[in-house]
Design a protein around this ligand. Structure first.
Ligand SMILES: [Zn+2]
Length: 355
């Protein structure tokens, strides 16, 4: 049933997030992207994901009329290894923050793939033990239909949510890893920061939620559904969410009155986290799917807004900071032993690009 695919050389390329390979539509590193009709597929009864048993090509199909995002994670599923525990997937080296991790550690590679309506993407070719028997491949997926961005409201600015720095804004508005698909996260900001960095209240308010029992980390897609967060209803009527905080690190409880700059918790890497970071989100409602609202930060000199790829601290944009705690090269060393082919050179390129 496989149609011919583009012979384009699969110039490998990682995303800007360790271990994550991101393709919004055609990308230089994928094998090909075609509409279903030209690829020779009937759009009925197509799977969402397939691995061709002969050529071992991993493909994703969008037979709907809407743009969809496919998040996949693959574990190196060599026989004889301990099975992947739900609570244990990790992309991180075993030093530093791993001491708080009780689950097993697994090598994971993730894909974030956006497909136009009625299209098929041939993503990569598998090799190694997993390709010999694709039934041993541990593949997790989450598929969502893209929703349009929420309105670009103005007028919200607060104190900076982290002590110290500077910190890399690793994902901004509409960020192509996880901030693009749903209005609730579209205007979120991610700041890479070492696990244990003090997370500060951006504004006076009342704590409405403390969720701090999860410990999973890394880029297993299942981690999308497990995270820790502190939520503050701010004095201007908005809700601020501080996400991925370290387990059992909250310094406040539900109902606590907090002042701007007060320590809420320690930052962490709990949830879907290629790197340890704080994800901050602002809403006008506490409905679970409420759209996010853009916001900036106040200083004595004025206000600033954050852009992905730049470095910030409380006083505004900064010179590039020191290398973050996560060691991308170590991480990629792990991934190279994974059973997904055609990504080796990119890992080096990406790890060079990543501080
Ligand atoms: Zn985020």
């Amino acid at each position: 049933m496989r149609a011919s695919r583009s012979p384009r050389a699969a110039r490998p390329r990682g995303g800007d997030w360790p271990g994550c390979h991101v393709a919004h539509g055609a990308a230089p590193w994928i094998l090909g992207l075609q509409d279903l009709q030209s690829a020779g597929f009937e759009s009925e009864d197509l799977p969402d994901i397939s691995i061709d048993p002969e050529d071992k090509v991993l493909s994703v199909f969008n037979s709907t009329e809407e743009e969809r995002c496919y998040c996949l994670s693959l574990a190196a599923a060599a026989r004889g290894r301990a099975p992947l525990h739900h609570s244990g997937a990790s992309s991180k080296p075993t030093n530093s923050a791993k001491s708080s991790h009780r689950g097993s550690i697994k090598e994971i590679i993730a894909f974030v793939l956006v497909l136009p309506a009625k299209s098929v993407m041939d993503v990569c070719k598998l090799r190694g033990p997993a390709a010999k028997d694709v039934l041993t491949l541990e593949l997790q997926s989450d598929i969502v239909t893209l929703q349009p961005p929420p309105p670009l409201l103005a007028g919200f600015s607060y104190g900076f949510p982290l002590a110290g720095g500077p910190f890399l804004c690793s994902q901004g508005h509409g960020g192509k890893l996880t901030h693009f698909a749903h209005p609730s996260t579209f205007y979120a900001l991610d700041f890479d920061c070492p696990v244990g960095t003090a997370v500060l209240a951006m504004e006076d308010g009342t704590v409405t939620e403390v969720r701090q029992s999860d410990t999973v980390s890394g880029i297993d897609v299942r981690n999308f559904f497990k995270w820790n967060q502190v939520t503050v209803k701010q004095s201007d009527g908005t809700w601020a969410e501080y996400v991925h905080v370290e387990a059992n690190s909250a310094q406040v409880g539900v109902g606590s009155q907090v002042r701007r700059g007060q320590v809420l918790a320690r930052s962490g890497d709990v949830g879907f986290c290629p790197t340890a970071h704080l994800h901050v989100e602002l809403h006008l409602s506490d409905e679970p799917k409420a759209p996010s609202v853009p916001f900036g930060f106040r200083t004595a000199q004025g206000e600033f807004r954050c852009e992905e790829g730049k470095w910030y601290a409380a006083e505004g944009e900064c010179e590039r900071g020191a290398a973050p705690e996560h060691a991308a090269c170590v991480f990629f060393g792990q991934v190279r032993s994974c059973s997904v082919a055609k990504f080796g050179p990119s890992h080096e390129a990406t790890s060079n690009a990543h501080p």
